[in-house]
Ligand binder design. Sequence first.
Ligand SMILES: [Zn+2]
Length: 282
Amino acid sequence: MLLKMKILLSTALVACTLISCIYCADVTIDETKWPELAPKYCNGSRQSPINIKTSAAKADSTLTEFTFTKYNDKSLLKEIVNTGKTIQVYFNSGAKISGGGLPEEYESLQFHLHWGNGSSVPGSEHTVDGKRYPMELHIVNKKSSLNLTEALKDPKGLAALGFFIEVRFSLCILFYILFNSLLRICVDRTKYYRYLGSLTTPACNEAVVWTVFKESIKVSKELIDLFSTMVHVNGSSSPLMTNVYRSIQVDQPVTTQSSSSSVPSASIALVIMALSLVVGKI
Ligand SMILES: [Zn+2]
């Protein structure tokens, strides 16, 4: 089973590298140059990612459970693109998130990944008490009531969900392979950090309600290593795509559930959309 997974995953990632690269020009621009590239926001005061200091996170009783709509429908995965900066997967219309203390329903647009250089050089964007995880999955959503242009100008126009990914032998992926069903046990959708921040790539729009889940997704070391050993910036003769993350920005006020809150811990057929994709779809 693991061998099968690895072969499928390898095929998927090779396929990714063959897809034309839309934003390759950007990848050579050092992030210290971003304020020149996008002066309106990249030098702003609510930039992402941040280091989350758990002891400073204030309790907020409005941070309720999320509802994910259509997230167990694999037909929603539209296409996978190597942007030259990440591997990005676009949703067909229909996937939505609500609850989670968000001001309204948000439509899910895409998800993508951040990574370092193999499992030994971590590459999550957010850190928690200084700890950087091997990878981070971001699901990007926009207010259903706005178009994307409007959302990018609204202080809460986008909602990004961040999931840390780390190494551990996990039954989750085996469950997927064996039962063709996204795991119901991997991430507790009721426990997360919340702050107001930005896109982590230019134009760094300060339009993002960030949610960073406390529980990490556990995957095999081999899966994490594959991203930095098989995904190229633009075709197989170009450099490998490694250290795909922005550096830590200035602290922002962070809130979380109070430790005494007892939000029902409903199971979730969530997110390991990334894994479902690489394992099964392509
Ligand atoms: Zn991201």
